[in-house]
Ligand binder design. Sequence first.
Ligand SMILES: *Cc1c(COP(=O)(O)O)cnc(C)c1O
Length: 379
Amino acid sequence: MKLDTKMIHAGAHPDPSTGAIMTPIYQTSTYVQEAPGVNKGYEYARSQNPTRFALEEAVAVIENGKFGLVFGSGVAATDAVIKLLNPGDEVIAASDMYGGTYRLFMKVFEKFGFKFIYVDTTDAANVKAAVTAKTKLIWLETPTNPLMNITDIKAIAAIAKEAGALLCVDNTFASPYLQNPLDLGADIVMHSATKYLSGHSDVIQGCLVMNDAELREKLYFIQKSCGAVPGPMDCFLVLRGIKTLAVRMKAHCANGEKIAYWLKANPKVGKVYWPGFTDHPGYAVAKEQMRGFGGMISFELKDDSLDEAKRVLSSTKLFSLAESLGGVESLINHPASMTHASIPREKRLKDGLSDSLIRLSVGIEDADDLIEDLAKAIG
Ligand SMILES: *Cc1c(COP(=O)(O)O)cnc(C)c1O
């Protein structure tokens, strides 16, 4: 089945009790049993909920995986993956990644004896060099947030396999419409469904997709035991969001391309980070493993001062100054003070994330209006 068809029909079955074409919001905590231990497969909603199950099937289908699990947030999904590990186990993670993932690893999990090693994963040799007998998980993000670095998923999957470690890829930035890490050898795909999957900035949610039944059992056990499950209303919203993922992503990609080239040609703009530029260091890999380059763009100003960045950030009208991304409306963000403030400044600068870096989540408005807005703000 072609991708655009899949997005509409993934996980969609008429409701068995009424034939409702849309999966109802099963707003219930428990299910009446016919006799003690005799039930319809539904006992208690932390463990089973039909709306959640429909979404779990949908995310599996659109990521070309066998099993999906959804969580109350993206970080709750990440949290479940780390709980597969034992104290003393080592995780190799991308040095440039979502600040909240870094915070979860360092401020929550490190004290339990997990060891996190950060490397520049754009060069697979760095990952290989960091592997030890204790490596149990490799955590990737590609494209990365906010520097749009590209990592070769296939190359890292080969290293993970040789090391006997799991490979988990945070696929939030690409969305399943542009990239499917399981097809490239990853063991687990993670999404902040808050972003492109929901697409309307109205829900917080995360998901995991995998092929291995045993791994699914372990993660399902963590999901129900730790309890970070989303409510049925949120599952309904993400199910609805996925139906338009294909049309939205096409629009995000087209607008992203126009704006990236416009920024590049602007004399007041310095470096522009977007993986669709042929001179982007990850271009060849991105072209190989992605079906499009997306609507996430970061850029620096020629006047590299914090004040000038703050002036631009406060001047746009259509681009709203906010964290998050992947919604139909355009957002502008300052990683150093917003999404990535939890990463120490020294580490940020070392990773190339300057104080003046501005990140755009390009929405699906008319590109000309968005460019006019940026033109006025940049001045
Ligand atoms: C937002 C985000 C997360 C965290 O997801 P939440 O839904 O906010 O918990 C993880 N990874 C990336 C790349 C993100 O953008």
